[in-house]
Design a protein around this ligand. Structure first.
Ligand code: T4K
Length: 372
């Protein structure tokens, strides 16, 4: 018989770098008298992240959402952008804030990513780009997506908010598409408390995004484009450098926790877990199960409540589906009939607690609650 957990267990816990080391870095910042506006710590972070992520060019921003907006602006996107409804609200809000019309494409049941076989039929003369999301860090079918984009002369921006450090057949995820966005939010495998990054394969695009990040101000003081303020500051960059030192160990620990869940829940009828993909170096950002009510004997929502009642706080990532949000449901492509897989997936997913410091005994107790 299972017992409720004494302390609440949340879906994630950020990496907290060593306070003494942080103190040393803060002393240096105090001495430098520079707190923001592309200071030395931000520049070092950009260089170290670029190396870690295998990016050709990389810039950091206030958060992933603003970074994604600037990516759309830097590429001068117009009209319609084909994307997935199975994502966090930010992906779709970015399009809306950039006056772009999201066109929802159904997803693949196994990967939960945009289904490339459905993309082409959604392309119209107004389509300027595809914005796929590497959901839960699982890479999209990057080759197929690129060949569709090339055939139709449209851009690809990847939302890789979850995919920090992922590799596909040895190629860093940062290398695909025109621009790739990473979120460095505290809930992510790697973080700068709040923050985001863009990787580019092209220096000119990076310069454009960098200009947009700093009000469009040119070095001569003149302004040619309407920019915004999307700069990261020195203190967060210092945290980011320290978190970077720990991220590989964090990923290894998350892998061990993931494998423990996989073992404990292996034979539970009606519960399926996300699996590793062939040729992919994963980063284990989320432990997502799918609940089949008929086989498991309990709905996803009832299981969620049972866990909460026992002091475990999973999240229904991503429910409701973005296409069912009140602000987007009137869009033609948001119709439930056109998105059967995405609707089914959103109704059955549950993200269980996953982070490096999660103790094996707690994982076992969470699994006992699920099975009990
Ligand atoms: N695209 C995608 C696909 C994304 O998933 C996201 C963000 C973005 C774009 C945008 O990137 P950013 O602009 O955020 O950089 C969280 C995050 O706020 C959000 O960054 C993330 N995706 C989304 C999936 O999750 P919430 O509202 O679910 O987080 P919250 O505050 O409920 O945190 C979850 C749990 O984590 C808490 O119950 C406790 C724990 N926690 C959280 C924080 C922040 C801690 O223990 N410590 C903490 O500091 O949105």
């Amino acid at each position: 018989m299972y017992k409720p957990l004494k302390q609440p267990v949340y879906v994630t816990q950020p990496i907290f770098p060593d306070l003494t080391k942080l103190g040393e870095r803060l002393k240096d910042i105090w001495a430098s008298k520079q707190l923001s506006n592309q200071g030395p710590v931000v520049r070092t972070l950009e260089s170290e992240l670029s190396d870690f992520l295998g990016a050709k060019y990389l810039s950091v921003f206030t958060n992933g959402t603003l970074a994604l907006q600037l990516a759309c602006k830097a590429l001068n996107l117009t009209g319609e952008v084909i994307t997935t409804p199975f994502t966090f609200a930010a992906t779709i809000h970015v399009l809306d804030w950039c006056n772009l019309k999201p066109v929802f494409c159904d997803i693949d049941e196994a990967t939960m990513n945009i289904n490339p076989d459905h993309i082409e039929r959604l392309i119209t003369p107004s389509t300027s780009a595809i914005m796929p999301v590497h959901v839960f860090g699982n890479p999209c079918d990057v080759e197929k997506i690129q060949s569709i984009a090339d055939k139709h002369g449209i851009k690809v921006i990847y939302d890789a908010a979850h995919a920090f450090g992922v590799k596909v057949n040895g190629t860093p995820i940062a290398n695909f598409g025109d621009i790739t966005m990473f979120s460095f939010h505290a809930t992510k495998v790697y973080h700068t408390i709040e923050g985001g990054g863009l990787s580019f394969n092209n220096a000119e695009l990076m310069q454009r995004a960098n200009l947009l990040r700093n009000f469009g101000l040119m070095s001569d003081g003149d302004v040619y484009v309407s920019g915004t303020n999307a700069k990261l500051n020195e203190i967060q960059a210092a945290v980011g450098l320290l978190v970077l030192e720990e991220v590989e160990l964090e990923i290894q620990r998350r892998k061990a926790v993931t494998n423990l869940y996989r073992g404990c829940l292996k034979n539970v009828s009606g519960i399926t877990l996300n699996q590793d993909m062939e040729g992919v170096e994963h980063n284990y950002p989320y432990l997502v199960i799918r609940v089949n009510k008929e086989q498991f004997g309990m709905s996803r929502d009832d299981l969620y409540q049972k866990l909460v009642d026992n002091n475990v706080f999973p999240r229904k990532y991503f429910y409701p589906l973005c296409s069912n949000f009140k602000c987007y449901e009137a869009i033609e492509s948001a119709s439930k009939k056109r998105l059967p897989i995405a609707n089914r997936v959103a109704d059955s997913v549950l993200a269980l607690p996953l982070y490096g410091q999660l103790e094996p005994s707690i994982v076992e107790r969470i699994c006992d609650i699920i099975k009990g």
